[in-house]
Design a protein around this ligand. Structure first.
Ligand code: PLP
Length: 469
């Protein structure tokens, strides 16, 4: 190490640093299939032992890596592993990790276009590709965010500024009772009291009831409210339900509402023939969120927002400061700080751009098709188990089931069933409450989940059901 400049490693030191990390990363990724699907017993107690004062001196690099890979990383949900069928799984494409290393190492500034026009263009291309996948027109705009929550927030602020006066507290928003809670949270952060958000009941397939939506809008208008936004779900979190997006688009048009779609989980299924059919109407939305860190298998920290009217997005977010370089005035070039809440930010576009350029979109289409097939296969297998009821049939790649045994309390029984399935640690499942019923979900999303893991799931469910009879 150069004692005078310890923060500037030599070429050899950089190689050594990367090689040592890479050895452990490769071993870790290779071991993902044999890692427990979750390993958090005692993890919180262990976490408390890590509290320490600000270090005044450095530590040995190898020892720090050992600590990370041997102690800290293993004590977690194996969210990047094949058995993680919980919540909405992420992926963790290795190629995106390489992109992050490059982006962080070169550390170019992409908050304003003038600072790195070519890199900003690469990220803008990613947004264009997403718009193409979504069926949005060429003039659409958008921005990569840290995730779906921030994308929801940016969308709601854009819609609010496009449709409501500065004094907007008569504005009401509509969503289904099954919408992801980040929608209500985003609306609240955008200034709307929770009392302005109408959670509309769902039908037997957990999709927003259009008749109830229309009634709610009429009721609000009669009471002097200003309905201004309706949100559809292109795949809810509990059951993967896809609202009737065509019907929502019609209602939004007739009522002059902003039509927002939460496609954080589901929108990328438009790449597949089956998904495109299920998601009909999504392309008519005014704004759409998609999470590449879900159904494009990217590492966490990559969400996206598309907005049909590029000017609305810019009007809502542009602001001026003398000390910044000149902003772009042409439609073709974008300053990310003009269309999002952020100024300084990471070059997150590279994390999407690199894998899409490396593989092309077909590989992702095939992967998503495989997940649709796997989910159908898993649900057929579950249905064949005596006593299992499929509570939510898969509309994409999430489904929900429960066990019914005469004389047994269903909630208690299914809590125990879930605990026994998860105890094997080959898969990790999570529950949901649907109409007061405790159900067990499966979410097959990861690029690392294949038929062998679904067979393990079915084996473990069968064994757990047997042990409960
Ligand atoms: C349907 C849906 N929408 C929005 C979100 C929020 O996205 P994020 O966690 O990326 O902020 C999630 C998260 O799981 C989700 O499943």
């Amino acid at each position: 190490m150069n004692e005078a400049r310890p923060l500037e490693p030599s070429a050899d030191e950089m190689r050594t640093l990367v090689d040592a990390a890479m050895r452990r990363i490769v071993a870790h990724i290779e071991s993902l299939p044999s890692q427990p699907a979750m390993n958090v017993d005692g993890a919180t107690d262990y976490a408390r032992t890590l509290i320490e004062p600000l270090p005044s001196h450095g530590s040995d690099y190898e020892k720090l890596l050992d600590f990370l890979f041997d102690e800290a990383i293993p004590r977690s949900f194996t969210a990047a592993g094949p058995g993680y069928l919980a919540y909405v799984p992420g992926g963790g494409l290795f190629h995106s990790a390489i992109a992050d290393l490059i982006a962080d190492a070169v550390n170019r500034y992409v908050g304003v276009c003038a600072a790195a026009p070519a890199l900003v263009q690469l990220e803008t291309n990613v947004i264009r590709w997403f718009a193409e996948i979504a069926g949005y027109p060429r003039g659409a705009s958008g921005v990569l965010t840290s995730g779906g929550s921030l994308a929801n927030f940016t969308a709601i602020v854009t819609a609010r500024k496009a449709l409501l006066p500065d004094d907007f507290l008569r504005g009401t928003l509509y969503c289904s009772q099954q919408v992801h809670h980040s929608f209500q949270k985003a609306a609240n952060l955008a200034g709307f009291p929770y009392g302005n958000i109408r959670e509309v009941p769902v039908d037997a397939e957990f999709r927003i009831r259009i008749d109830a939506l229309e009634e709610a809008i009429a009721r609000d208008r009669a009471a002097g409210w200003t309905p201004f936004l309706v949100a559809g779900s292109a795949g809810t979190t509990p059951t993967g339900a896809v609202d009737d997006l065509e019907a929502l688009a019609r209602v939004a048009k007739r009522e002059s509402l902003w039509f927002h779609v939460d496609g954080a989980y589901g929108a990328f299924f438009r790449l597949t023939d089956r998904g495109r059919e299920t998601l009909r109407g999504l392309e008519q939305s005014d704004s759409l969120i998609l999470d590449p860190h879900k159904t494009l298998f990217l590492p966490f920290g990559t969400g996206a927002l598309l907005v049909r009217d590029a000017h609305a997005l810019r009007r809502a977010h542009s602001s001026h400061a003398d000390y910044l370089p000149d902003m772009q005035q042409e439609d073709e070039l974008v300053d990310f700080c003009e269309i999002s809440p952020e100024l300084s930010r990471d070059f997150r576009g590279l994390r999407v751009w690199l894998p899409l350029k490396l593989f092309g979109i077909e590989v992702f289409r095939e992967q998503l098709d495989e997940k649709l097939d796997l989910t159908a296969y898993a649900v057929d297998g579950l249905r064949a188990i005596d006593g299992i009821e499929i509570v939510a049939e898969p509309q994409l790649t999430i489904a929900a089931f429960r066990l019914l045994v005469e004389g047994r309390d269903p909630e208690e029984l299914n809590r125990e069933l879930l605990a026994r399935i998860n105890a094997k640690k080959r898969v990790m499942l999570t529950p949901a409450i649907l109409d007061g019923r405790f159900v067990i979900r499966i979410a097959i999303v990861s690029h690392r989940t294949h038929r062998d893991r679904v067979d393990m799931l079915l084996e473990d469910v069968r064994a757990a059901v047997e042990s409960l009879r």
